[in-house]
Design a protein around this ligand. Sequence first.
Ligand SMILES: [Zn+2]
Length: 201
Amino acid sequence: MSKLTKEQLAEVQEYIQSLPEEEREPKLKEIMTQFEEQTPQCPFCLMSEGKIQTTRVYEDESFLAVLEINPVNKGHTILFTKRHIKSFGDFNDLEIENIGKIMKKLSVSVSKFGEGINIIDSEGKLSGQRFEHFTINFIPRIKDDNVKIGWQGKPSNEEELNKVRELIIEGIPKDKPKVVSTPIDEEKLKREFSKFKKNLP
Ligand SMILES: [Zn+2]
């Protein structure tokens, strides 16, 4: 996390306080993400910033898709957020809105390179995520390509499945009711924070 001066923190706080209550937490999270020091070694951040050369196949305001430089099969494409976020759970509204359309388009195009496709999102160390940056791999599959993606299921029972069902349903975040509120001056906010960024030690 970058170090904010007391004044900068106070300004952030003041801005957050001026928002309707239900918008405060998500906005604060979004702002703080901008301040988080982007690990210089994160290749996806470097690609987003154009500091690493890539073969781009898709770009919009929140996503970038590039060809994997060491493809599993021809056509292997990686889609990732421009922001340094770890998971689907960290998506902002724009990213949520865009991801489905982009995935559909890329899957149609990339699957033409094979007779099947794996679309893989890995989150967390145990899943194989190497950099804590949200990515989706589109891997076209061809016969005898020797790619191993698989798992061994363990037997369960009705009681256990029902318990887990309850937990999952309980854990699904509830949609917040839409509240009509004063519009946020996004442009002003962006200006303020780029000023902060420049002043950082
Ligand atoms: Zn990153």
